[in-house]
Design a protein around this ligand. Structure first.
Ligand code: RIB
Length: 295
């Protein structure tokens, strides 16, 4: 089973400071790092490090050459990732003393994926293959509809949440991987159980993977719900933890693992990632994850 991931590739400029700067405030940073990131790239690398082949579909702009090299180094197929003549997308990230973050994005190269590129990538796949996407590239509704019509399994991570997600028909989505903020925004329900009930009622066939931050995560399908607590760790930087979780979740589905194993593995991988700085550099390999679970 192939995994095709349509996603962003960002240069992450990460500023470490005491606390996230509020409006009107100025704070000197303690350090600045440049890392590889972007929800799409992070998730492709997480899938590859979890041990499954993945093809990344996206665009690399000026200044993003090291991102393409990193995807290749991690064994990601980049046959459908194109070089474009605009600035690469980037993220300005503040990371506080407690590891929390605040991000703003310059989309750049992530907003110029052409329909011709999308169609070509989908034409190279077969019925039943997985199409994964986030909401950090242009045309997500077109990707979902085209993949659904081609009989592929659509896995959507609606992150970062914005009005564009409202244009996607969730009846065409098989798996929705999201956090509590995204669930609230989509369902208008204030609590997790309310949101899960909404999804069950409105989209009975939709499989929902809801992460609950420090409260763990819950998976829901037509057979019921399964819960998994978090692995407690010392938080250094939470950037990319959600992407690590999603990548490991997708790998587990593609590999046909039991949901119990998938939830444990994805939760543990995400926990390991928050103990390290940066998004892509913090994603662990499967060996490390299984060794940590065994302990
Ligand atoms: O999810 C983390 C990612 O969000 C960062 O790598 C940053 O690029 C933003 O896209």
């Amino acid at each position: 089973m192939k995994i095709l991931n349509f996603g962003s590739c960002n240069v992450d400029y990460v500023y470490s400071l005491d606390h996230i700067v509020a409006a009107g405030e100025t704070e000197a940073t303690q350090r600045m790092d440049t890392f590889a990131g972007g929800k799409g790239l992070n998730q492709s690398i997480a899938i590859a490090r979890a041990g499954h082949a993945v093809c990344h579909v996206g665009c690399i702009g000026d200044g993003g050459e090291f991102l393409l090299a990193l995807l290749k180094e991690n064994g990601v197929d980049v046959s459908f990732t194109e070089r474009v003549d605009v600035k690469n997308g980037h993220a300005i990230i503040q990371v506080s003393r407690t590891g929390e973050n605040s991000i703003f994005l310059y989309p750049g190269s992530n907003e110029v994926i052409s329909r011709e590129q999308i169609d070509r990538a989908l034409a190279a796949c077969s019925k039943g293959d997985i199409v994964l996407l986030q909401n950090e590239i242009n045309d997500p509704a077109y990707i979902v509809e085209s993949a659904y019509r081609a009989g592929m399994t659509v896995m959507l991570n609606p992150s970062p949440i914005n009005e564009r997600i409202g244009h996607i028909d969730l009846h065409m989505v098989s798996y929705l991987v999201l956090n509590e903020i995204e669930a609230k925004e989509i369902t208008k329900c204030q609590d997790a159980q309310g949101a899960l009930s909404y999804f069950k009622e409105a989209f009975p066939k939709l499989k929902v993977m809801l992460t609950l931050g420090h409260k763990g995560c819950v998976y829901q399908d037509e057979h019921g719900q399964q819960f998994c607590p978090i692995y407690k760790v010392q938080t250094v930087d939470t950037t990319g933890a959600g992407d690590t979780f999603t990548g490991y979740f997708v790998e587990g589905i593609a590999a046909g693992r039991s949901m119990d194993v998938i939830l444990k593995t994805a939760s543990c991988a995400a926990a390991i990632s928050v103990t390290r700085k940066g998004a892509a550099p913090s994603i662990p390999y499967m060996d490390e994850v299984t060794e940590r679970i065994a302990r």
